[in-house]
Design a protein around this ligand. Structure first.
Ligand code: PHE
Length: 368
């Protein structure tokens, strides 16, 4: 559209003026109707209202100038009306925003079903760990954690496994490479049990202590249905004056009944751990057959579940290097350690330990 399309006015009677202005306004309306974008708005403004070459400027220049003096007023009135009309068209077009097509592309169909978000759930290992921890929390135990990459000192030496002691061989250890130039006690390894956190706890606070320590441990073991080179334990430590083996028995008997049901019985078998003396393995009456004997308990009626014992005085002596209050003559205590997977497998009837780590939703979603 160019301004050349503005015709010259030759007749100045009311009828002719009305027709000429009506034609222009019609053109403006048609142009405004095609406005679809910001750029269109700008272009319309320039073509119609541009100061130098806009159509209205042109109209005013050509028509007003050519008009005889008697017609100037009638023309001026109509010109102002046209200008107001064009400005109004511009104003309402500026508010039009994006085109229908653009709006449709962006539109959300609120009648479509929403995106379903899968609800997460605690992993069975986490759930079982929390169950064990809360049994002891209810008895007043606090909760602690320690590092998975541990020093030889905390994992072994301070737990009364002296360098070269054969008991170290029972815990097939994964060691961190290139540690040979360090003194043995500082060499790093993947902790084989959560017991080193017993020592870290005692070094950081004087007795009394009642703490449970959940965590991941590692052993250089071949995986099979019930063993994994990475697994989880919950450690327990109780230190105070006059703590006896009876306290240990009563605590674990209560804990097993809280975890497996009040009809479960416990029994304690002599065992060996370097850091406890005496040491015991705890068995519970078979939760599958109630103790009568079945395949799960190999007809014995009992299932072995955890290790425990009275804290060895040699362990207290290591703790006393930092915290003199751990004087084995004045205090005593017990410790225990249990495997989380083993307990979860019994509680939830799982026969393959590898299922815990597979990430297979068909397995995991059974326990939501
Ligand atoms: N740390 C031992 C293990 O991993 C378990 C245990 C902990 C035994 C505490 C006695 C006391 O086999």
């Amino acid at each position: 559209m160019t301004n050349d399309s503005i015709p010259d006015l030759t007749a100045f009677d009311d009828e002719s003026l009305n027709q000429a202005f009506a034609a222009l306004e019609q053109q403006a309306r048609e142009a405004a109707a095609k406005i679809n974008s910001e750029e269109d708005v700008e272009a319309f403004k320039l073509v119609w209202l541009g100061r130098k070459q806009g159509r209205l400027t042109e109209v005013s220049a050509r028509w007003l100038k050519a008009a005889p003096a008697a017609a100037k007023k009638a023309l001026g009135v109509r010109f102002n009306a046209l200008k107001a009309a064009v400005e109004e068209l511009l104003e309402s077009a500026a508010g039009t925003g994006p085109s229908d097509a653009a709006l449709k592309a962006e539109a959300i169909d609120i009648t479509l079903p929403g995106t379903r978000r899968l609800l997460g759930a605690e992993h069975l290992i986490t759930r079982t760990t929390n169950e064990i921890v809360s049994v002891f929390a209810a008895l007043g135990y606090s909760v602690g954690v320690g590092p998975q990459v541990e020093t030889d000192y905390y994992n072994f030496e301070s737990m009364n496994f002296p360098p070269g002691h054969p008991a170290r061989d029972t815990q097939d250890t994964l060691v961190i490479a290139s540690q040979e130039r360090r003194p043995l006690r500082d060499r790093l390894l993947l902790r084989t049990h959560t017991s080193p956190v017993q020592m870290r706890t005692m070094e950081s606070q004087p007795p009394p202590v009642r703490i449970v320590i959940p965590g991941r441990v590692h052993r250089n073991e071949a995986d099979d249905a019930t063993h994994s080179s990475t697994f989880y334990q919950v450690e327990g430590l109780c230190v105070d004056t006059h703590i006896t083996f009876s306290d240990l028995k009563g605590t674990l008997d209560h804990a097993m009944r809280a975890l497996f049901g009040s009809s479960v019985k416990t029994r304690f078998f002599p065992s060996f751990f370097p850091f406890t003396e005496p040491s015991a393995d705890v068995q519970i009456s078979c939760i599958f057959c109630g103790g009568k004997g079945c395949r799960k308990c190999k007809q014995s009626g009992w299932i072995e579940l955890l290790g425990c014992g009275m804290v060895d005085p040699a362990v207290f002596a290591f703790a006393a290097e930092r915290q003199p209050a751990y004087d084995p003559k004045k205090i005593s205590g017990f410790a225990f350690g249990m495997g989380v997977e083993r307990i979860a497998m019994m509680k939830y009837g799982i026969s393959e330990i590898g299922q815990f780590y597979s990430g297979d939703m068909r397995f995991l979603s059974q326990f939501v």
